[in-house]
Design a binder for this molecule. Structure first.
Ligand code: MSP
Length: 631
């Protein structure tokens, strides 16, 4: 941590809906980085907040039958409560409807307008109603025309524009000359790729007749400010831009704007050009992390797979949730959230390695040292103990340097490796055997080295698991966090501290036994297995298919069923063309009595699933020979 002060921000979140795991993730990440910097003694300022203007919020309010301000006031509480529960230590929380922010946005707009950076023009072009942005034909998906896309409309209206295009070459040069400006590298390349196309000027107004919920332009009361132009300014309005010069000089430029990869362009094209036009220095780093997926799928409300952070905390506790998110995501890449992965990591790292170490150290100290931390006997450490000391001190250095390089997952892995090393130390030393020796020196060395290791390693984990690590430290008689100097010293554990029964710090999550299916209630229509076994279901490959003349619903299929070739007339022509079924491996009832349909023999029946007016054939994945039994 080599900076003399550290300012970090999260995106400000829209108040159209409650927070989900993605919001929780970015905020926990910022909190962890802020806490590591504080631990390293670096003065730190951590800002988060809410983005309260714009179409999304106005629409949510309309749906809920509230005014946009009421919608914002009601929703912001969910964010603030979640941050409290997640032990987020933000120094400030900005809401874009606060006067302190509105004033600065208006001052910026006026300043840019006065200097000709903002101009009024007639816009006649395309507008994407989903993202509320102006687009050109080039922005449309390949091969699509505006009239093919329901979300694209042509609009003609007067608006105000920011001369963003004037900064295109400057921005390209700036990004190339400052390789740490956009991180990770593949995101920098993404922005440079975007800048290969000519940059348009940015429309920064919306006529009030179309959208009333925004900050009024100071030079034209018929318009409000475009929500992104308003929102980005939060990063400087909150730290005193145009209101408190000393504070602004102290914290700006920001060390990290943390963002998700979804909002890269706004932060690496709009924002730098806005700052340049305002004459404000650039952020040191804009860092874009990846997405949390639910298994392999994108989380989305419509799929119903969005992880609710409150549920996770209720079930497993705040610290375990924070730990999992930090340990599991490699910054810059997507990560997958599953309960299985959560349980595995929790049990391995927290319940087994860390929880186990604490309970062993505490138990042995209570049993063999009357529950008081022993003094380190005089003299050199033996080789095994010295090796543990070296491993723990190495973990301190690697943890800070990896956090500094945004490899939090690896930093935690290194600390956990040191925890494992101390567990192994216990196995090698066997304090329960050492306790039988007349001279207690070896036993005291062993317990001292283990306690001292726990003091240091728990401090390294404290930014990620503040509550649990405090509990751990309390169990070994320590109060309050360590300073960075105390972390780099091995041999300062206070003598005679009370070491108590810690209780289970991380109780193992036992896999729930699969729920025994309830015994089927006796019901009409149940069949015996023997009845089912009468139906021979087999796989078959469709060789040929053609329409049955004069019957729009029927296809005549030639199928291969094992050695045998058969003809089936199937009622699927409204859902499949002949070309679509040829080559498919389908499932047929092979022992159905042949029948004549429209004069053609049909020898079997295809299985298909149908719902409403939809129908899909039951097919078999992968390479399986035709004629295989389906049971
Ligand atoms: N209001 C804008 C940001 C303005 S910043 C000046 C916005 N808000 S948002 O509520 O949609 O939150 C976006 C942020 O939430 C993302 O950038 C990311 O930080 C986080 N995430 C939302 N879903 C996510 C995942 N599934 N996974 C990880 N983070 C994602 O955009």
């Amino acid at each position: 941590m080599n900076s003399e002060r550290f300012y970090i921000t999260t995106p400000i979140y829209y108040v159209n809906d409650k927070p989900h795991i993605g919001h929780a993730y970015t905020t926990i990440l910022a909190d962890v980085l802020a806490r590591y910097h504080r631990l390293a003694g670096v003065p730190t300022h951590f800002l988060t907040g809410t983005d309260e203007h714009g179409q999304k919020v106005q629409r949510a309010a309309e749906k809920a039958g509230m005014t946009p301000q009421q919608q914002a006031d009601a929703t912001v509480v969910h964010f603030q409560n979640l941050w409290k529960r997640l032990e987020i230590t933000n120094d400030d929380f900005i809401r874009t409807t606060e006067p302190r922010h509105v004033r600065v946005v208006q001052a910026c707009l006026q300043d840019l307008y006065d200097r000709g950076e903002i101009y009024k023009a007639e816009y006649d072009g395309l507008y994407d109603v989903t993202s509320e942005t102006f687009v050109t034909e080039k922005d449309l998906p390949e091969g699509k025309k505006p009239e093919d896309l329901p979300n694209i409309v042509r609009i003609k209206e007067s608006n105000y524009f920011f001369r963003m295009s004037a900064y295109q070459q400057w921005l390209i040069d700036y990004i190339n000359e400052n390789p740490t400006f956009i991180q990770p590298d593949h995101r920098r390349n993404e922005t440079l790729g975007f800048l290969r196309k000519p940059l348009q000027d940015l429309c920064i107004s919306r006529p009030k007749s179309r959208l009333a919920w925004g900050i009024e332009l100071p030079f034209d009361k018929d318009y409000v400010c475009y929500v992104w132009f308003d929102a980005l300014v939060n990063y400087i309005s909150a730290i005193g831009y145009k209101s408190d010069d000393a504070m602004f000089a102290k914290w700006w430029p920001v060390n990290y704007h943390l963002i998700g990869k979804d909002i890269l362009t706004t932060h690496t094209v709009y924002w730098p050009t806005m700052l340049k036009a305002l004459g404000v220095p650039q952020p040191k780093t804009v860092f874009a992390h990846g997405w949390w997926l639910s298994g392999d799928a994108k989380m989305s409300k419509s799929l119903g797979n969005v992880v609710n952070p409150m549920d996770m905390i209720d079930r497993y506790g705040v610290d375990a949730f924070r730990y999992f998110l930090m340990a599991e995501m490699i910054l810059g890449q997507d990560a997958s959230f599953t309960e299985d992965a959560f349980t595995r990591r929790y049990n391995a790292d927290l319940a087994n390695d860390l929880g186990n170490l604490l309970s062993r150290v505490a138990n042995m100290t209570r049993r063999f040292c009357d529950g008081k931390s022993p003094a380190l006997p005089a003299g050199e450490l033996d080789a095994e103990s010295a090796d543990v000391r070296a491993a723990v001190l190495r973990a301190v250095e690697s943890c800070f340097s990896l956090v500094h390089g945004m490899r939090i997952d690896q930093a935690l892995a290194d600390v956990l490796a040191a925890v494992k090393r101390v567990n192994k130390y216990f196995e090698v030393k066997q304090p329960w055997s050492l306790a039988k020796q007349a001279d207690p020196a070896e036993l005291h060395t062993c317990l001292y080295v283990a306690l001292e290791s726990l003091r240091i390693l728990s401090s390294l984990l404290q930014p990620v698991m503040p509550g649990k690590m405090e509990a751990l430290r309390a169990a070994i008689g320590l109060r309050g966090p360590c300073t960075i100097e105390e972390l780099r010293q091995f041999g300062i554990f206070p003598v005679g501290r009370d070491v108590v029964e810690p209780g289970p710090l991380f109780p193992r999550i036992e896999k729930k036994a699969p729920a025994t299916p309830p015994a089927p209630a006796p019901a009409e229509g149940l069949i015996e297995y023997a009845d089912f076994a009468k139906v021979q279901l087999r796989t078959a490959k469709v060789l040929e298919a053609e329409k049955v003349p004069g019957a729009d619903k029927l296809l005549k299929l030639q199928i291969q069923l094992g050695e045998e070739k058969r003809q089936i007339i199937a009622g699927i022509a409204l859902h499949y063309t002949p070309e679509q079924v040829v080559g498919k491996t389908v499932v047929v009832v092979a022992n159905l009595k042949p029948a004549k349909i429209r004069g053609f023999e049909s020898n079997g029946m295809l299985l298909a699933a149908s719902s409403g007016d939809q129908l899909r054939l039951v097919t078999v994945e992968g390479a399986l020979p035709s004629g295989a039994a389906v049971k």
